[in-house]
Unconditional design. Structure first.
Length: 253
């Protein structure tokens, strides 16, 4: 969107929440939060400052998702490839995750948010694992927004794990269909994402939810994750509401 169109958009949308088209809301939104490093670099700040600013947007988007009635929100917080980053950056990301859960748990619980995690948590620091465990257990009976945090997650290993468990459970070949595979993935029991958002101008899915994104609508924006505020989210939701989803059929053509 150009600068003028953007100003008009912002003026027109004076109250962001009331502008959301509740009739055409995605049930499940998945987000690749990208651009924290570039956001920091543009301000001549350390990358850690970008990640810290990114956490503020996590707060914003989780809160808004819960308030407007999105049922599932999946955030790609740490990929299996992110271990390749310098140790101090990995440490910062782990610390921020820990802080986020510790600080937000009460509010999330009050908002009836259920926290789940996807990915191999075994390699995470003990403190982080303990905080995740506490958050998951505290909120497991909640019935509002399900907040899935993908941590040390990779889409291919999600599929490989599912296959391993299907074999271990001794399923017959005639029992293995698409629905069966879905039940063995980390998203078991949840609908597939309707909308995938990726910030910062990158147009790839980077090993995120490979199986589950089959029919998702993709929304790519140049906005860097720390700048992805309520208005940016509204734009993504607006764009989704205008899409004609055909699932391979001919839809409203
Ligand atoms: C990408 O930015 C972002 C990440 C690798 C992780 C996202 C993490 C957060 C928003 C903070 C912690 C998360 C939670 C859920 C509390 P980048 O570093 O790849 O940016 P760049 O491509 O501009 O370098």
């Amino acid at each position: 969107m150009g600068v003028i169109a953007d100003i008009i958009f912002r003026r027109r949308h004076t109250d962001v929440y009331s502008r959301v088209d509740k009739e055409r809301l995605p049930r499940h939104v998945a987000v690749i939060m990208d651009g924290n490093g570039r956001w920091a670099k543009r301000r001549m700040l350390p990358r850690s400052a970008g990640h810290r600013a990114g956490v503020e947007r996590v707060r914003t988007i989780v809160r808004m998702s819960s308030d407007i009635g999105v049922k599932y929100l999946t955030l790609f917080a740490f990929s299996t490839e992110n271990w390749k980053r310098p140790a101090d950056e990995v440490g910062t990301l782990m610390k921020l995750l820990l802080e986020y859960l510790a600080k937000e748990l009460d509010e999330l619980n009050e908002k009836n948010v259920r926290i789940r995690t996807f990915g191999d948590l075994s390699k995470l620091p003990e403190k982080v694992k303990a905080e995740i465990d506490r958050a998951v257990k505290t909120t497991e009976q909640n019935t509002g927004l399900t907040l899935n945090m993908a941590i040390n997650y990779g889409g291919r290993s999600d599929i490989a794990d599912a296959v391993r468990r299907i074999v271990a459970d001794g399923l017959r070949t005639d029992e293995i269909d698409e629905a069966c595979i879905s039940r063995y993935l980390s998203t078991a029991g949840e609908p597939d994402p309707d909308l995938l958002i990726r910030t910062s101008g990158e147009m790839r899915i980077s090993n995120f939810l490979l199986y589950q994104l089959a029919y998702a609508e993709f929304y790519f924006t140049d906005t860097l994750w720390p700048d992805f505020d309520e208005w940016e989210y509204l734009k993504a939701l607006d764009c989704f509401a205008r899409r004609d989803r055909r699932f391979g059929g001919i839809g409203g053509k």
